[in-house]
Structure formats: structure tokens, C-alpha cells
Ligand binder design. Structure first.
Ligand code: FAD
Length: 467
């Protein structure tokens, strides 16, 4: 498309007349920064980036994109791994300025605007001794995280982020304002809890928060490679009886130089306790320590906000990223051998694998209650990258792919869309969505898509085709 003439310039003129926010175009100084998203492998050149000044700017952007037949990317925090928060020759609707978070300490309900980051949510709730279960890197956007699912340090205690979503305000592709909750447009509410941004632009989310913090019991056990098998076997036994209040996340990686732990691959067994009973937490962690004595232990009083941003430095905007994931019923000897072989091969800094311990509240939600796949999974593996040099792309992508392929014989069906990278233009998006959700949920999501976005205006996402 010729962006200087035709529908490109028409779009810019109409946008400028219709919205109160800013329209950033290629000649503007901030264009280059703003066209980029978190994943540095994604290079796109939009016609215009609309920085919405209020949610009133959403409808005109939807209308103009639709009428001019332009591709439309919706951006919250810009951390979408597949890079769908930007687009070539189309319009980006950037909601990143809209970051207000309102906490009602009496009802424990938290209303969040769509550009808020996880840090915004944690900061607002922490002062009331509350927390919403969200992800583990504070710059991530609440919008994309929630619409995909939301896995983090409170998953076993309180469920996914979507399990704590009480309602949302949605503007559909045709500009209708709808409330979505268990009692209003319940079908749409179902779709929002895992179906991504397929059904409309969410202009606010309302979550239930839980008493938590500000001081938390959280820490990390570190293991050298020769001890991984023994430690993982002990962990698997401990995890079977671990109370839901504790969520563990095991990371296999070469640590960053700033951590001063050396440049060999290590296993970091992190854990966080939900709630105030730190005496009980210490007992539970002591049983793990006795079963699998760590080579190094880091366990000290910690503020929830500090813990929630402890890994931010690993994953700054602009790193290059390709991700894959898989879920498992158990951490058995076969899976342990695969993890040790694949993750243990990392001699470089810039990739990692996270093994999330699931179950608990996550597993108590009925399978058909949300589109999120596979509530019976006990473990979820995210294999990911955060390297800096484009020359490393082939080798790092190949490592993620190879690791993913090696786990397939152990894996259950279902993939978490927020932990999926960009498979490129040749990938079959329909097949990917089918694999992620499974046939029954995929059919139900397609029916919702036909109802709320039959022309697939909102297709820059893990797309559910209307038919
Ligand atoms: P964006 O790129 O802005 O949005 C992603 C997609 O969401 C958009 O393309 C659009 O389709 C849709 N979207 C965004 N806003 C709206 C809206 N208002 N209305 C409708 N659709 C919208 N996930 C976890 O579960 N737990 C984690 O701990 C975790 N950690 C992460 C750490 C990093 C460093 C990164 C990069 C990702 C992490 N993720 C995690 C994955 C994360 O949940 C997804 O990448 C998510 O999509 C990011 O949301 P965003 O708003 O920042 O992204």
C-alpha cells in the first residue's frame, strides 16, 4: 500500500479529525520508538500509531480502520511475544496512556484501564494489602496478559488472572459498548477469558483481589547441572503434596552477568507463598530443602513489589524473542531426562525454560468454564528467548523449537497462546489456534467470533477465524 497517498493519508486525516489523542506518523520523531514492540525481532511500519487519550478514541479508530479496509493492531503493554501489537501498512491503536487502577478495599474489586502494566496493578493493590494474581514481569500489559490467561506466582493459590476477572467493558468491532460478566453477555465473558483480543477492544477490566503482602515469603533454591535430576525427582514428590498456597517456578538458564553467579547453566527453583502465614510457609519450604538440598539458597524478607519485578532486567524491551510451550500431567523420569538434556545444553546467555507448577486453584476451575486449555495440567513449560544479536536468531530459534519438539511425547494437548511466538507468514494460523485450544473450544470460539467480529477486523492476534 502507498502510505503517502490513498487510504494511508485519508486515514491519517480522518484520525486527526476524530480523536483527542495523538496520531504518530513516520515523519514524527517518536515514530521509530513507537512502531516497535517488546520483541525486537518484530519490524513493522504502520501508517499511523494512535495514542488514545481516552476510551472515547477507540470507536473512531475501529470505524476508520473498517471503512478504509486497513489492518488494525490493538496494543496494551506491547509485550505480546508474537508481536501483534504493531502492523505493516495499517493502524496501531495504542492504549498505553490509559493506566488508571482503582481499588475498592471494601469489595476488594480492582478496576483497571487497558494500558496498565502489571506494575501499575501491583502498586495500587499493595497499599491495601491486596494482590490480583498476575504475571511475573512487571512491564507486561494487563490487557494482553488477561485476555490470554495470566500465569504467575499466585496461580496455585488463587487461579489464573482470568479466574479473578469479574467483568469487562468491551467495544466490539462494530462499535457497540457491551458489559461482559457472569450475568451480562456471558458468552462474550467466556470468550474474553483466554480467547485473546478476538471479540472486541476491552476498555476496562474488573478483578477480584486477595489479601496478600506487602511482605511476602518468597525465595529461590539454586542447583548446579549435575544435581538437576536428583533435585527434580525430589521436587516432583514434594510438589504432589504441596499446599495450594505455594506456587513454584523452575527456571533453567545461564544467569545474566550482573547476577555474578558465573556463566554456566543453573536451575533456579523459585517459590512464593500466598498470604500471611509465613511460619507455615517456612515449614513447607523446609521439607523441600531437606528433600533436595540447594547448592545456593536465597531467602530473605521481601516486598511483594520487589519480588514481582525481580526478573525485569532479564527481559527489557527490544530483546529478540521466540517462544513455545507445553503442558504435562506429571514430572516423571522421562520428562526430567528431557529437561536436563535440553535445558542443560545451554552454554549461552539469552534463552531459558520455565517449568510452572500448576494445580491448586488453577486445577479446580472446570475445563469448560473458560477457553484456557487443559486445567488438568500439573506443569506448564515455557521455552523462551531474550537474546540481543540478530546473528543469533537461527541458533536460538532452533534451540527453542528443538526443545519443544523433544517434549511432545510427554506433553498433553493444549497450548497457552500468550507463550507462543510469531510463526511467520507461512504458518497456518487456524491450525495453531486449533492446537492451542483443542477442537471443542475452537468451535465455540469461532461461533463467538461470528457473533462479535464476523468480518475479522480484530485479526492481529492468535486469530480465531469466523468460519
Ligand atoms: P500487547 O502486545 O499490547 O497485546 C497483545 C495482544 O493482546 C494484542 O495483539 C491484542 O490482540 C490484544 N490486546 C491488547 N490489549 C487489548 C485490549 N484492550 N482489547 C483487546 N485486545 C487487546 N504471561 C503470563 O501469563 N505470565 C507471565 O508471567 C508472563 N510474563 C511475561 C514476561 C515478558 C517479558 C513477556 C514479553 C511476556 C510475558 N507473558 C506472561 C506473556 C504475556 O501475557 C503476553 O505477551 C501478553 O500478550 C502481553 O500483553 P500486552 O498487553 O503487554 O501485549
Amino acid at each position: 500500500m502507498d502510505v503517502a497517498h490513498g487510504s494511508g493519508s485519508a486515514a491519517v486525516d480522518r484520525l486527526r479529525r476524530s480523536i483527542t489523542g495523538t496520531v504518530v506518523v513516520p515523519d514524527d520523531a517518536e515514530y521509530d520508538e513507537m512502531r516497535h514492540v517488546w520483541n525486537g525481532m518484530i519490524e513493522r511500519h504502520p501508517i499511523a500509531i494512535v495514542r488514545a487519550a481516552s476510551t472515547d478514541d477507540i470507536v473512531p479508530v475501529l470505524r476508520i480502520s473498517r471503512e478504509l479496509g486497513l489492518r488494525l493492531a490493538i496494543r496494551g503493554g506491547g509485550h505480546g511475544v508474537a508481536g501483534t501489537g504493531t502492523v505493516d501498512d495499517g493502524i496501531v491503536l495504542d492504549l498505553g496512556i490509559l493506566r488508571r487502577v482503582e481499588v475498592d478495599p471494601d469489595t476488594r474489586l480492582v478496576r483497571v484501564e487497558p494500558g496498565a502494566t502489571l506494575a501499575d496493578v501491583d502498586r495500587a493493590t499493595e497499599s491495601f494489602g491486596l494482590a490480583v494474581p498476575i504475571g511475573v514481569v512487571s512491564g507486561t500489559g494487563i490487557a494482553g496478559l488477561t485476555l490470554g490467561g495470566g500465569v504467575g506466582w499466585l496461580t496455585r493459590a488463587f487461579g489464573l488472572t482470568i479466574d479473578n476477572l469479574r467483568g469487562a467493558s468491551v467495544i466490539t468491532a462494530t462499535g457497540d459498548h457491551l458489559a461482559a460478566s457472569a450475568v451480562e453477555n456471558a458468552d462474550l465473558f467466556w470468550g474474553l477469558r483466554g480467547g485473546g483480543g478476538n471479540f472486541g477492544v476491552v476498555s476496562s477490566f474488573t478483578f477480584r483481589a486477595h489479601p496478600h503482602g506487602p511482605e511476602v515469603f518468597a525465595g529461590t533454591f539454586i542447583y548446579e547441572l549435575p544435581r538437576w535430576s536428583e533435585a527434580l525427582r525430589a521436587f516432583a514428590v514434594w510438589a504432589q503434596d504441596a499446599p495450594p498456597a505455594i506456587t513454584s517456578l523452575i527456571t533453567f538458564m545461564v544467569p545474566p552477568p550482573a547476577w555474578e553467579l558465573g556463566d554456566r547453566v543453573l536451575m533456579f527453583l523459585g517459590f512464593a507463598w500466598a498470604g500471611a502465614d509465613h511460619v507455615r510457609a517456612a515449614d513447607v519450604v523446609a521439607t523441600l530443602r531437606n528433600a533436595a538440598k540447594p547448592d545456593v539458597e536465597v531467602l530473605e524478607p521481601m516486598r511483594w513489589l520487589a519480588w514481582q519485578s525481580a526478573f525485569d532486567d532479564l527481559l527489557p524491551k527490544g530483546v529478540r524473542a521466540y517462544w513455545k510451550n507445553a503442558s504435562f500431567a506429571r514430572l516423571d523420569d522421562g520428562l526430567i531426562a528431557t529437561l536436563v538434556e535440553q535445558a542443560g545444553a545451554q552454554t549461552w546467555y539469552g534463552t531459558a525454560a520455565d517449568l510452572h507448577h500448576m494445580g491448586g486453584e488453577f486445577g479446580s476451575v472446570a475445563e469448560d468454564a473458560t477457553p484456557f486449555p487443559n486445567r488438568s495440567a500439573q506443569y506448564w513449560l515455557n521455552i523462551y528467548g531474550f537474546w540481543g544479536d540478530a546473528a543469533d536468531d537461527p541458533a536460538r530459534v532452533a534451540w527453542v523449537r528443538g526443545f519443544g519438539a523433544a517434549t511432545t511425547s510427554h506433553a498433553m494437548t493444549g497450548q497457552y497462546v500468550n507463550f507462543l511466538g510469531d510463526e511467520g507468514p507461512r504458518a497456518d494460523a487456524r491450525q495453531q489456534a486449533l492446537l492451542a485450544y483443542g477442537p471443542a473450544k475452537f468451535e465455540r470460539l469461532m461461533a463467538l467470533k461470528r457473533r462479535y467480529d464476523p468480518d475479522n477486523l480484530l485479526r492481529l492476534n492468535h486469530n480465531i477465524p469466523p468460519g
